[in-house]
Design a protein around this ligand. Structure first.
Ligand code: AMP
Length: 283
């Protein structure tokens, strides 16, 4: 695996590949590092679908609200490299801040129809515009054929798709299923902050939303959501931040299953002080 630290070297490298093989496809997996099996599943999919896979590790300051979160973000680079090599990643792109955001760079406000202000955006102002800025930079630099995002960060997948559409980018946005721990908890770098027992117990989140997916076959959507809410609230120490069914195109809440073509149930549950995200398609 090539480890490339500047965009200039990366562009040269990719251009040479394109010159030698005009039908080369470039799969791009943007990450912030501290890689786990969830990230590995993205890399794996990209490796299977493209000639070349580029994974970036860049802890993007413009998507962090709190400076403290940014400073304490884990950076286990040796482990990350090992995981990427194991998964068959071709290039690790490790740019520094000035490379992505040179002095001349002006942060942009992308018109994404308020997708950035909803759900997660309510408690994280500026976060999704930060995501748009960094993705736009990466898409311009790499011109990837496909870019890979995890369904786990559902709102991010919708924002990335909208960004690609409004910027007329040729990149194909690919969304891969949530990779879960054996008992069902969505894999996340935050899971290590749970106690051993808490990590096992936290599977109740997936149980609740999977049950809701079954329940909507037999009951009204609001009844299924009420049942899932009750189930989660009955778990000692669990606090629901939100649990809502949304139209996946607009991220607006829906009251009935026939109100949109595609509906997902999104939740964040705080458990042992950790914010745990999960979601499932209802249709
Ligand atoms: P991050 O490093 O947290 O920015 O995540 C990089 C990418 O990995 C994002 O597209 C995430 O949605 C994705 N990802 C994180 N956890 C998982 C998971 N459990 N399953 C699938 N993809 C994931």
């Amino acid at each position: 695996m090539h480890v490339i630290k500047t965009s200039e070297t990366l562009i040269k490298h990719l251009n040479a590949l394109r010159k030698n093989n005009p039908v080369v496809t470039i799969g791009f997996v943007p990450t912030m590092g501290a890689l786990h099996a969830g990230h590995a599943s993205l890399i794996n999919t990209s490796v299977a679908e493209n000639t070349v896979t580029v994974c970036s590790i860049f802890v993007n300051p413009t998507q962090f609200g709190e400076a403290a979160d940014l400073e304490t973000y884990p950076k286990p680079i040796e482990n990350d490299i090992e995981l990427l090599v194991e998964q068959g990643c071709d290039i690790l792109f490790l740019p520094d801040y000035e490379d992505i955001y040179p002095d001349t760079y002006q942060q942009q406000e992308f018109p994404i129809d308020g997708l950035d202000h909803k759900i997660e955006g309510l408690s994280r102002p500026g976060h999704f515009q930060g995501v748009c800025n960094v993705l736009h930079r990466f898409f311009m630099l790499l011109s990837p054929t496909r870019a890979y995002f995890g369904q786990k960060d559902f709102q991010q997948t919708v924002v990335a798709q909208r960004l690609a559409a409004i910027t007329n980018s040729s990149v194909e946005i690919r969304i891969t299923p949530i990779y879960r721990e054996p008992h069902g908890l969505a894999m996340s770098s935050r899971n290590i902050r749970l106690s051993k027992k808490g990590r096992q117990n936290a599977a109740f989140i997936y149980r609740a939303i999977s049950q809701a997916k079954e329940d909507v076959k037999e009951m009204e959507l609001h009844e299924a959501i009420a049942k899932a809410t009750q189930f989660i609230k009955a778990q000692k120490g669990a606090h629901i931040d939100y649990l809502l069914a949304v139209d996946t195109a607009t991220l607006d809440p829906v009251q009935t299953l026939d109100s949109a073509n595609e509906i997902a149930l999104l939740t964040v549950v705080e458990y042992e002080g950790v914010r745990l995200l999960d979601n499932i398609y209802l249709k």
